[in-house]
Design a protein around this ligand. Structure first.
Ligand code: PAF
Length: 283
């Protein structure tokens, strides 16, 4: 039978629980999430378990990374199912602060990330996003003080931003990226996939197919410009409204013009009806 994780709702409780783990010389991994857990999150937890002795999962829907027009209020919250999944995976601690505990009255300090946070990808369409993510992840890191932290590659720019932040601020936490988990038809798992209508759900895997085809063409010697133009046509013909579909340097996220500028990453963001999907693959 699976054992329920300890649920910490205040910083002192969390600190005590993590200190207790440490007394037994355990290494600690943190998996930050906003809940609504799916198999992609489970794979992050499994990677955490392979890399550390003890695992803390945070569940916190972070208001500061949502714009007023976005889905903070409607973001799926599935607490009971989340805890059951984490218990089944043998997670040790769930860190679940209230918004008031995270951002008490008078909170006045923010982290303003630059570099990969200003690459002109997500930041162009969600300018509030990485400031909110960096601030909350900075807090989660200093609250939990883990040895390592696991983030999904699906939010590739986010992974670059938190990796850069952990290094720049000498946090002493190793950030590890975990491969994107996909549905059988290629759609990247996301808590927001539940917003798709049945018709949109059928169309959604086109994004992955277009990326794979374009990456294949680039690898076969076609120019990036021409391969991406064909991919763009495919995505738009399926009914998506594209925000961006680009190839960038996989580490700096700087623009590239040829395969020789690599390692390369292809990144896409597009709206299908009212749902915005993002995805990326290595080229
Ligand atoms: O990727 C997410 O779910 C969130 O952006 C994160 C990293 C948990 C910060 O709120």
């Amino acid at each position: 039978m699976s054992r329920s994780p300890l649920i910490a709702r205040t910083v002192p409780t969390l600190r005590r629980a993590v200190d207790n783990l440490r007394k037994r010389k355990a290494t600690v991994a943190l998996v930050p999430t906003m809940g609504a857990l799916h198999d992609g999150h489970v794979s992050l937890v499994r990677l955490a378990k392979r890399r550390a002795n003890r695992v803390v999962v945070s569940i916190f829907v972070n208001p500061t990374q949502f714009a007023p027009t976005e889905d903070f209020g409607a973001y799926p919250r599935t607490w009971k199912a989340d805890i059951a999944k984490l218990a089944a995976e043998g997670v040790d601690i769930v860190w679940h602060p209230a918004v008031q505990a995270m951002y008490p009255q008078g909170f006045a300090t923010r982290i303003v990330p630059e570099g990969p946070a200003l690459a002109g990808l997500e930041d162009r369409f969600r300018p509030h996003f990485f400031g909110g993510v960096a601030t909350v992840v900075g807090k989660l890191f200093t609250q939990c003080r883990p040895d390592i932290a696991i983030f999904g590659e699906k939010d590739f720019q986010q992974l670059r931003v938190v990796t850069q932040m952990a290094g720049d601020l000498d946090l002493g936490i190793r950030v590890i990226g975990s491969r994107t988990v996909r549905e059988r038809d290629g759609l990247a798992m996301s808590s927001r996939n539940i917003y798709l209508t049945p018709d949109e759900r059928r169309i959604a895997p086109t994004l992955y197919r277009a990326m794979k085809e374009s990456a294949g063409r680039i690898r076969a010697g076609e120019t990036i410009t021409s391969a991406m133009a064909r991919g763009t046509e495919m995505i738009e013909a399926a009914g998506f409204a594209l925000d961006y579909f680009e190839v960038r340097h996989a580490e700096s996220l700087a623009p590239v013009t040829s395969r020789k500028d690599g390692p390369l990453r292809m990144l896409v963001a597009a709206k299908l009806g009212t749902t915005r999907l993002i995805d990326n693959i290595a080229v």
